[in-house]
Design a protein around this ligand. Sequence first.
Ligand SMILES: N[C@@H](CCC(=O)N[C@@H](CS)C(=O)NCC(=O)O)C(=O)O
Length: 218
Amino acid sequence: MNKPVVLRGYSFSVYNRIARVSLHEKGVSYETEEIDPFADSVPLRYMQRQPFGRVPVLSHGTFDVYETVAIGRYTDAAFDGPRLVPLDAESLTRLAQTVSIIDTYGYRPMVRQVFAHRVFRPAVGEAGDISEIENGLAASQTVLKALETLAAEAYVLNKQTFTLADCHLAPMIAYFVQAPEGKAVLSDYAALSDWWEWASQRASVKETDPGLPQNRTT
Ligand SMILES: N[C@@H](CCC(=O)N[C@@H](CS)C(=O)NCC(=O)O)C(=O)O
């Protein structure tokens, strides 16, 4: 009998969606458990699985894994389906570089500043902070420029082979472009815009769109 696969996370989390995209790409059936990491208290049983209180965590039988990069690597290695990690040295390296750029420099300005303050907070009836949006847009430029170079070089983000780099970037850009200013900024980067046009049509990306919450807080 197959071991159960459970993704524990928050529907509106960009990292949760990254994990979901990789599971969809591999054709893995999974259950979900909703954990809101922004709630006043995160359940103790979840903290035992993720000591930093972030989401998501993937459980496969008794094997738990947290950190979305590791979840993607596990998903690729543990399940049948198309490979999400390239084999050649250059593409493998560019994949790691892309994901690291997104996590280290991209998530905060693109998601926590631009998307959260321009789109998410207003959707739940909270005021966004204009200075957060402006600072996020400014910081996003360097990130998009770096990703543009990687997309133009095309070892990854190449509109042909869907890898963990695509899994990681698509949910971030999907949120960023919901802000009109984010959409405008992205259009300055030709290779990245072409990539997004392609990636946004991918079934795994479309099927994992969480939409926007109603009367929720972030
Ligand atoms: N390094 C973590 C980052 C995950 C992360 O930051 N998730 C966000 C939601 S998108 C979170 O749980 N935030 C809760 C908080 O900041 O307290 C990973 O790769 O899984």
